[in-house]
Structures are given as C-alpha cells and as structure tokens.
Write a protein that binds this ligand. Structure first.
Ligand SMILES: [Zn+2]
Length: 433
C-alpha cells in the first residue's frame, strides 16, 4: 500500500534530476539564511553551480553532532522563530542536547513521510494504534502520532512506561498496531505472558512498527512469535527530521529511503570515502526539502549498507539494511571491531538462552576483557550444573569462532537483567580512555 504512489515509484533518472535540482536550491537557500553554512560553503568554494550530478554532493563538507552543539540552541535555523511551530531535542546525556525545529511545511512533510512508512507496513485507517514511544522532546512519539493520524488510524497515545497498564489498554481497546522500540516490545511480550495473557487469543495486535535502536533479524523473529505480529523496522533521527526517513515494506527486506526528500550515501567512517556498492559503512544523509533546518551530509554514525535492486513492492527507492550498530557502539576489543548486534545474533541461535543480555567491557592491566551476562531460561537455570556447563561452553565456542576473541560468558538467573521501556542499555564499558 502506498501513501504517495507517484513519488514512491519514480524512475531513478527522474529521481536523480529531482534530487540535483532540490540540492542546488537548498545550497543557495542555506548560504543566504544560515551563517554557519555561508562560512562553510565559502571555505570549500561551494555554490549551487558546484552541483551538476548527484555525485557532486561529495564536494560538500560534512555536518556533525558537534556542529549542532556549537550552534546551540538555534544557530542552525534558516527561519525566524515566528515561522517555527515545533521544537524537539535529543536527550543530551552528555552536555547540551541537540535542538531541532520545524516550520508548518516541515511538519506537513514529516506527517506524510511517516504516513508512507506506516502504509508500507500495511497500516490502514481501520487500525487502532498504540504508541508506546515517549511523548515529549524525543521525536519518536509525536512523529509517529501525526503520521498515523494523517492516514486516519485511531491512536492510543499511551507513551512509554507503566507496562502492565499498556497491556491492559492493548487488550481492552483492541489495539491492532504497536509502536515502540524493539526492546520494549520484547519486554511487553514478557509482561503479557506473566499476566497470563495469550497474544494469539487475547490481543488483536497484527503489526509492530519498531525503531529508534538497532535490532537483529533474530530479535524480529522472537518478537513476531511472542506477540503474534509482523514486525517492521523503520529509521530516522531527529537531526534529519525524526522517524520517517526510511521504513520497511511488506517484503521486510530493507527500509525504503524517502529519496525525494533525502540523499543518502554510505562512507567508510575513517577514510570518509564512499564504500563499494553493497558494503557496510556509515550512512550520511542530506535533507533537500526542509525549511527550518536544512542539513548537508549529516554524519549519522549508523552502520548500514544500501541495496539498489528492485523490490517486489513496486517502490523504486533505495533500501537501507537494518543498521548493525552505531560507530559509537562499536567496541574495539584488542584491536577487533565488535558490534553488540553480532553478539545478539549468536545468542539468539542458541537454545536455552533468553533474549536478555548485557555486555560488560573492562580492562585488566593492558588487556580488554569482555563479559557477557546471559539470562538462562527458567527451566535451564534450575537444571543441573552439567547442562549449564555444556551451554556455557557452546556460547563461548560460538562467540570465539565468530568474533575471534575470548569472551567470558556468565549465566544469570531469569529476570535479573534490567528491562527497558525505551532504548535498551546493552553495553557497560568500564574502561577508562
Ligand atoms: Zn519494497
């Protein structure tokens, strides 16, 4: 199902022409309205004439989170506050948060982009949607809210937290779609089970739209089974617009990027050069329709790869693979690059292990150590020591073979690893740099 079929199925040549035209316009617009970009473009000798083909985007300088911080709070805005209708910001766990703002036109575009990803996942105006993303400064709650309202679905703005009450609302109001982080969906499934609720019989859920953190295919399967739904991934970040940058169609084989609004590139984060087609790297995003806060070549720090092959849904846009992690989450253990999602994938394939885990990185002398805490499922934990030992050996072996490093695996009692109502905290890095 489409929201804006003509735009979603545009042929590549027309799409690239559109992108080049919009990019040229935005360069001139940013130059005239944002002192930060005027300075940068002067420094790099960039004018709209610098862009003749889509590849010319590489001539532009990158924008980073640091640029947002340096221009805190409103230095990157292209419009006066009179024209701004909404302000959001990141959680800002360290230092000042990242502030973003929207004009009326930006909000309209955002609601259409979210409507696209919801339609692509099969949501209709008949659906009842429970939004369990936090409402507030975070773009997730309000972003999904206005997009889903746009397509005419009935929304339960539950926000995050109070999980038992979430389950009660879900059951009593007959929610058919759940929106939240994948780790929260997993936790909800567990709470529902403890409340004696059988999702197949007692709930009407059919679709999950999950985002805001990287998650593995194995976690998708686990959530689909335990909640009896189809689970779709979507991608976005507040610096770009919020959710709605990309979303999966019913084929569930990568997220279609809204390329008529965003130009995406994948680069090697160290050399800053483009990776070979189909290779993993950091996704870099340029906005070409935003009014309040146009951003050029934003370094997302998300690691993914692009697929330009045709999709059976009829959309022509490029698909981005589920991000396997963020450059900031990448652990460098004794010189080996490790993403938590790799450890997650291995754990999920081992029977007797529950999907809850935590990775603790520490340093003893000059040597990095990794401890993975894994919850055993209840039957196993109270089972005999011999069986536990066998399981531990198996996990150790698999991690060693796949990652090439020694890891200390510890089984912990069921329900001892902290559950998340938002983004899960999978890594505790105790090393001091
Ligand atoms: Zn598709």
């Amino acid at each position: 199902m489409f929201w804006e079929k003509e735009k979603e199925t545009m042929d590549r040549k027309s799409l690239e022409n559109l992108q080049v035209g919009l990019l040229r316009e935005k360069i001139e617009y940013a130059y005239n309205n944002i002192p930060f970009y005027k300075r940068k473009f002067d420094e790099y000798g960039i004018t709209k004439k610098s862009i003749k083909t889509i590849e010319d985007i590489r001539k532009l300088p990158f924008t980073t989170k640091i640029d947002f911080r340096d221009n805190y709070p409103f230095g990157l805005l292209a419009r006066p506050m009179k024209e701004i209708v909404r302000i959001h910001s990141s959680s800002g766990t360290t230092g000042k948060p990242t502030v973003v703002a929207y004009t009326k036109k930006d909000i309209k575009i955002w609601a259409d982009l979210v409507a696209r990803i919801a339609k692509a996942a099969g949501v209709t105006d008949e659906d009842i949607v429970q939004i369990a993303f936090g409402y507030g400064l975070f773009t997730g709650g309000f972003g999904l809210h206005y997009g889903l309202e746009n397509i005419g679905a009935a929304i339960i703005p539950a926000s995050s937290g109070n999980t038992k009450r979430q389950i009660m609302l879900m059951q009593d109001y007959g929610a058919t779609v759940l929106v939240c982080t994948p780790s929260y969906a997993l936790y909800m499934a567990e709470v529902a089970q403890n409340m004696g609720i059988n999702p197949k019989k007692d709930l009407k859920l059919r679709i999950g739209m999950f985002g805001a953190e990287p998650w593995s295919e194995q976690l998708r399967k686990k959530i689909e089974e335990s909640l009896n739904i189809k689970a779709y991934d979507n991608y976005g970040l507040s610096e770009i617009i919020g959710p709605g940058v990309a979303g999966e169609c019913e084929a569930q084989n990568g997220m279609h990027v809204a390329e008529d609004h965003f130009i995406v590139e994948v680069i090697n984060p160290e050399t800053e050069e483009p990776v070979k087609p189909g290779e993993y790297g950091e996704i870099v995003v340029t906005t070409i329709t935003k009014e309040a806060l146009p951003v050029f070549r934003y370094r997302t720090r998300d690691i993914t790869k692009l697929d330009y092959s045709t999709c059976k849904c009829g959309r022509t846009s490029v698909r981005m693979h589920k991000p396997i992690g963020r450059t900031d989450d990448m652990l460098i253990i004794r010189g080996v690059n490790v993403f938590p999602s790799q450890i997650e994938e291995i754990l999920f394939n081992i029977e007797g292990v529950s999907p809850h885990y935590q990775i603790i990185v520490d340093r003893k002398g000059a040597l990095d150590t990794v401890t993975v805490l894994v919850e055993a499922n209840a039957n196993l934990f109270f089972d005999e020591m011999k069986k536990q030992k066998l399981l531990l050996d198996k996990i150790n072996d698999e991690l060693k073979t796949t990652l090439g490093i020694d890891v200390d695996v510890k089984l912990v009692e069921p329900n001892t690893i902290e559950r998340s109502e938002g983004k899960a905290k999978r890594i505790i890095d105790k090393r001091k740099f």
